[in-house]
Design a protein around this ligand. Structure first.
Ligand code: TRP
Ligand code: ZN
Length: 468
């Protein structure tokens, strides 16, 4: 089980989608000839997510958090490039109070509306030029809610700290950002908490923690491009083990004392699986691997880059295999539009089946057949996984039928081509953004077959495909 599922329909999400025009069109210009960055990056299913007119290269996040008061004080510094002339541009941020914004070192005007922070620099930014923005803010973070599948996400205060898991668009609950996976950037984290607590963020620690006046500052840095939803700074009491996997990949595991008997197992299994996936999917894309097990009862896990986060349970090998497969499928290769989510979840689910096969348990073929034999009335057959629905993004079909699509592909092209395809896919798009069309094209290029009928039946039709 990966995520806790709720049955309820998502009317609210649907209404908000219908109420907003898609933003694939060029940004609006006012009569005064001003150039405003669009309030969305152009994902028609999530018209307010991300922003237009610039591209972020780096986030430098400074956060001070006190669990007892739930108060967060933040300073976000962004390095970006304007992709059009900009008299103003937006960032995504919900809740929290903004005290000050500056652009290129000069104070900027700003305003807030819904989840949008609009920044008007003192001088217009020219298309193609780099700029910096600094935002000072504070308050008590309010997590986001997904009524369909996931419950609460974003920056979630816990008894001893915070559980930070932001897919698909919860980064804006704790820092101002271009909160959409189409704009990846590198990250630095400087996080200060009461002494005795540990902060675990993405990448590696860039300095040892330092304590002064009863507060400890942790510094982490992720030097490979990362989607905002994969950023974490999870805070709490943790037992930590660090070292290297048998294959030599630096490994960091943090486990809440409630699960401390699991620390060695989670540490060892995470290293072992990262090594194994490196042989199946191609070289590990990041500088370290690991795990965080927190006692917050999310009932799900998230593939935070280099640091999968498990919420409230001792993870078994299947879910560890799933989250670590996401390091290639989702994290290194990141979807450009949420409708292509099966490129993350179908692949990570199929990886669970490959792990089972590798371990001499059920083969992927047996697991595929078990699902197929659920019968033609199973709800996943009416939900085409190649087109994830905004109000029901994490539907089981996106996971299971997405995984089945890969098994059907494997049978159609044969094992040598299938496994070569996985490695070619991850190599050609390493650290980039991807679409389903690109995967279909590559599959056809490597196999020399017309695979449109297969992908159409498995990804896009609202019925159970027939078996070849
Ligand atoms: N991608 C996660 C998985 O399949 C599930 C997930 C989606 C999630 N959104 C989330 C988990 C938000 C935590 C928070 O492993
Ligand atoms: Zn997943």
């Amino acid at each position: 089980m990966r995520i806790r599922r709720r049955g309820a329909a998502v009317l609210v999400a649907l209404i908000s989608v219908l109420a907003c025009a898609p933003t694939d069109e060029p940004p609006p210009r006012s009569a005064a000839g001003r150039h405003t960055g669009a309030p969305g990056i152009g994902d028609p299913d999530f018209p307010q997510d991300g922003n237009g007119g610039y591209d972020v290269a780096h986030y430098s996040l400074t956060v001070d958090y006190t669990p007892a008061t739930k108060r967060l004080t933040g300073l976000t510094k962004i390095r970006a490039k304007a992709t059009q002339d900009l008299s103003s541009f937006n960032l995504d941020l919900t809740g929290l109070d903004v005290a000050k914004v500056s652009v290129d070192g000069s104070p900027a005007r700003f305003s807030r509306k819904d989840g949008e922070l609009t920044v008007t620099p003192a001088a217009r930014l020219d298309a193609g030029s780099p700029f910096t923005a600094e935002i000072s803010y504070s308050g008590s973070p309010t997590p986001a809610k997904d009524t369909a599948n996931l419950g609460t996400y974003g920056f979630i205060p816990t008894a001893d700290g915070a559980f930070v898991a932001s897919e698909p668009n919860g980064s804006k609950t704790w820092f101002p950002s271009n909160d959409h996976p189409a704009d990846k950037a590198t990250f630095d984290f400087t996080v200060t908490v009461p002494a005795g607590l540990t902060v675990v963020a993405n990448g590696e620690q860039s300095a040892s923690p330092s304590t002064a006046g009863g507060r400890t500052t942790y510094r982490w840095s992720e030097r490979h491009p990362m989607a905002t939803y994969l950023a974490t700074a999870t805070i709490g009491k943790f037992e930590v083990r660090q070292g290297r996997s048998p294959g030599g990949i630096p490994t960091y595991a943090a486990v809440d004392p409630k699960f401390k008997t699991g620390l060695d197992r989670v540490y060892n299994v995470s290293g072992e699986i990262t090594d194994y996936w490196s042989t199946v999917f191609g070289a590990y894309p990041f500088s370290s691997t690991g795990a965080i097990v927190d006692d917050y009862s999310a009932g799900y896990a998230l593939e935070n880059q280099t640091k999968p986060l498990y919420g409230g349970f001792d993870p078994d090998e299947g879910i560890i295999a799933h989250e670590l497969a996401h390091q290639w499928f989702g994290d290194s290769l990141t979807i450009k539009r949420w409708k292509d989510l099966w490129l993350n979840e179908g692949f990570a689910t199929y990886a669970e089946w490959l792990w089972s096969e590798h371990r001499g348990k059920k083969t992927a073929d047996t697991i595929f057949k078990d699902f197929y034999n659920r019968g033609a009335k199973d709800p996943m057959w009416s939900y085409p996984p190649g087109r994830a629905k905004p109000g029901d993004l994490f539907n089981e079909s996106v996971y299971t039928r997405g995984g089945m699509a890969l098994h059907a592909l494997r049978k159609a092209v044969g094992d040598p081509t299938f496994f070569k395809l996985l490695k070619t896919w991850t190599a050609e798009h390493r650290y980039g953004n991807v679409t389903t069309r690109q995967f279909v094209d590559l599959s056809e290029r490597l196999s020399g077959k017309d695979l449109d009928p297969l992908f159409d039946a498995w990804l896009f039709q609202p019925r159970r495909p027939t078996l070849a």
